[in-house]
Write a protein that binds this ligand. Structure first.
Ligand SMILES: Cc1ncc(COP(=O)(O)O)c(C=O)c1O
Length: 339
């Protein structure tokens, strides 16, 4: 019997699910790396561990020290879990849009929460939150800002550690999602160094500005951004693909009913993209990295009333099949402009 004595030891080595579904083309393979099996239910457990380990190693964070981060999502939950386990003080900077569920999640682990009430000049909270982080860094001299967007320790950890879990796999392509660009940028670099024949496709939600299109609001959480973070290196990827809210959400809802997998919205984006890529003649098997669980979205796109309120009808399996064919056509047309 293997035993562990710290939650950090439970991070990684997530299971791989081989998807059997009518949307997978015959004789092709779609594998899903289920990151929801990390102890705090997302791939951000790995990112948090990498950032904190590096901060301790470099002496920038001392036992009992303070960590500050602007996040209302999965990274905050993972840092909060590690703060409880490793004994540092965490201040999570959020804005009024944060859900009660996330607030309670941070607090359950003993993290302190700072709510920024006044929006920035553009009406959003992103820059206002960063300004508050900078103020707090003055109030807590010696505090460490993990800064997931721009800190190179984020992709570096995934390049050196997470990528190893992908090196032995019999796949032609790996598909991942981006927000900070940390996990998939790092994994892609690690893959390219060891298995350059495996193609890496980075995926985002339509509306996000990471791949250069103008920003407009979208429903999915977790992936996408209204700008491109320093940790997103587009050169690390062979292909880029964007998926609509409706296609990603409809696929998540369909897979929940057909397979019993409860997946987050960014997982819908990567699995849709993987199904699209599997229609290409030279792609026989694809691995999709599913970052988190649908447990985070039970009051959003797993709620029919929420969907009705957002005027977002769900597509059937047959309609998704048509969307996959249409998306492949559009993707083919962009192949000349990506590398
Ligand atoms: C659910 C989910 N999917 C995808 C991502 C994108 O990951 P990264 O920031 O490493 O690019 C995140 C990041 O927060 C996330 O929470």
């Amino acid at each position: 019997m293997n035993t562990v004595s710290a939650v950090g030891e439970l991070i990684g080595n997530t299971p791989v699910f081989s998807l059997e579904h009518p949307l997978v083309p015959p004789n092709k393979k779609l594998f899903i790396k289920l990151e929801q099996f990390n102890p705090n239910f997302s791939i951000k457990d790995r990112t948090a561990l990498g950032l904190i380990q590096k901060a301790f190693e470099s002496g920038k964070l001392k036992p009992g020290g303070t960590v500050i981060e602007s996040t209302s999502g999965n990274l905050g939950k993972s840092l909060a879990m590690l703060s409880a386990s490793l004994g540092f003080h965490l201040i999570v900077v959020v804005d009024p849009k944060v859900s009660k569920n996330s607030l309670n999640w941070f607090k359950a682990f003993g993290a302190e929460v700072e709510v920024v009430e006044v929006p920035d000049a553009f009406g959003g909270y992103q820059t206002a939150r960063i300004e508050r982080v900078k103020e707090l860094l003055k109030t807590y001299p010696g505090a460490y800002w993990t800064n997931q967007y721009d800190n190179p320790d984020n992709p570096l950890y995934h390049e050196l550690v997470t990528a190893k879990e992908f090196l032995d796999l019999p796949v032609d392509m790996i598909v991942g999602s981006v927000s900070t660009g940390g996990h998939f940028g790092g994994i892609s670099k690690g893959i390219r160094a060891a298995r350059p024949e495996i193609r890496c496709m980075a995926c985002d939600v339509v509306g996000s500005a990471i791949f250069g299109a103008p920003f407009h609001p979208y429903l999915l959480n977790g992936l996408g951004l209204s700008w491109r973070a320093e940790n997103t290196d587009l050169e690390a990827f062979d292909f880029l693909n964007s998926v609509t809210d409706q296609n990603a959400i409809s696929l998540c809802r369909l897979l929940a009913r057909d397979t019993g997998l409860l997946l987050g919205g960014s997982s819908g984006v990567v699995i849709f993209s993987a199904l699209m890529a599997l229609q290409l003649d030279d792609i026989q098997s694809v691995m999709a990295i599913a970052p988190d669980s649908g447990i985070n979205y039970l009051e959003q796109f797993y709620d029919d009333e929420w969907l009705a309120d957002k005027k977002m009808p769900l597509l059937s399996c047959e309609q998704l099949r048509q969307q996959l064919a249409l998306s492949l056509k559009a993707f083919d047309a962009t192949l000349d402009v990506v590398k």
